[in-house]
Design a protein around this ligand. Sequence first.
Ligand code: FES
Length: 107
Amino acid sequence: MNRFCLVCQNVDCKSRGSEEIMKDLQERVAAKGLEDVEVRSYMCFGACQEGPNMVLYPDRFWYAGVKSEDLDDIVEHMAGGPAVDRLDKIDPSLKELIYQLLDTGVF
Ligand code: FES
């Protein structure tokens, strides 16, 4: 089964650099040889003031306020390393709502 890293590309996250972060992440995932991970855009996670936001699915991790200097740790997590707890800032009930939405296949 494929794993996804969904990177918000809506206005607020974009204004905080999510476009560059997604491109950079795609390159790092490819360089690491993580062929089962697809980095793709997402419309909005509803935590616009916390961005740039990205969600690992079906792993169910949400990273908020991501900066380019965080990407190495995130890629390590995708490769089996520890979760990046400092970027786990989102309210659990919103996280659960988005995970349930993703479970329905809406992405
Ligand atoms: S703009 Fe990114 S979560 Fe809404």
